[in-house]
Design a binder for this molecule. Structure first.
Ligand code: E4P
Length: 221
């Protein structure tokens, strides 16, 4: 399963990119609004830093303007994936971009029917927002399971990108279901790295080594 980072924070992207575990980035206007500086420059910088796919979102809602924005975003770099909202105009844009060989990520997916239609229109990725479904008392992971089943039944090549992830258990469950990608806020990646028993074990290894150093003053690797 691929792991994308769900952030527009350049420092975070640089930091986690060095770990070798991040395969791509997803951004959205809200994430960009949390960062200082010009959002266009930020998007271009992210595309430059990250070699893997970087989702950049359009903000127009009508077909012509959305297509125009998409074509501009696609020029920021070969790794750009244009993020398109799941609307009727959005599907039409996805269809047009697919014919031009431009990759797309259909965002704000809340039902299996939406995922199916986005895939039929040619989406490279579909992004079900599981945390936001959980927020309204629905089971977000059920949607992931439904999409996995449908895409497998028809050998659909669109990748299932699990979004709006709120905790590490979401990641484990999505991985068990066979999702292609999960996109994570950096703090969730941190939580996946850490474990209290790892910290405890490391503390005791280090304190035992200190004892050895006391008994062997010249100890060195
Ligand atoms: C994904 O592409 C979205 O940017 C993101 O996962 C939305 O998450 P949220 O529901 O926490 O805003």
């Amino acid at each position: 399963m691929k792991i994308f980072l769900d952030t527009a924070n350049v420092a975070s992207i640089e930091k986690y990119n060095e770990l070798g575990v991040v395969d791509g980035i997803t951004t959205n206007p809200t994430l960009l609004s949390k960062e200082k500086g010009n959002p266009i420059k930020t998007m271009k910088k992210i595309v430059e830093i990250m070699k893997g796919p970087v989702s950049l979102e359009v903000v127009a809602i009508d077909y012509d303007k959305m297509l125009e924005e998409s074509l501009k975003l696609a020029k920021y770099g070969e790794n750009v994936v244009v993020k398109i909202p799941m609307t009727m105009a959005g599907l039409k844009v996805v269809h047009s971009l697919t014919k031009k060989g431009i990759k797309t990520n259909v965002t704000l997916i809340f039902s299996a029917n939406q995922a199916l239609l986005a895939a039929k229109a040619g989406a490279t990725y579909v992004s079900p927002f599981i945390g936001r479904l959980d927020d309204i008392g629905a089971e977000g992971l059920n949607l992931v399971s439904e999409i996995v089943q449908i895409f497998a039944s028809y050998d659909i090549s669109t990748q299932l990108l699990v979004a709006s992830v709120r905790h590490p258990l979401h990641v484990i469950e999505a991985a068990k279901m066979g999702a292609d990608v999960v996109t994570l806020p950096p703090d969730i990646l941190d939580k996946m790295i850490r474990h209290p028993l790892t910290d405890k074990g490391l503390d005791s290894f280090l304190s035992d080594w200190k004892k050895l150093e006391k008994d062997n003053p010249d100890l060195a690797f």
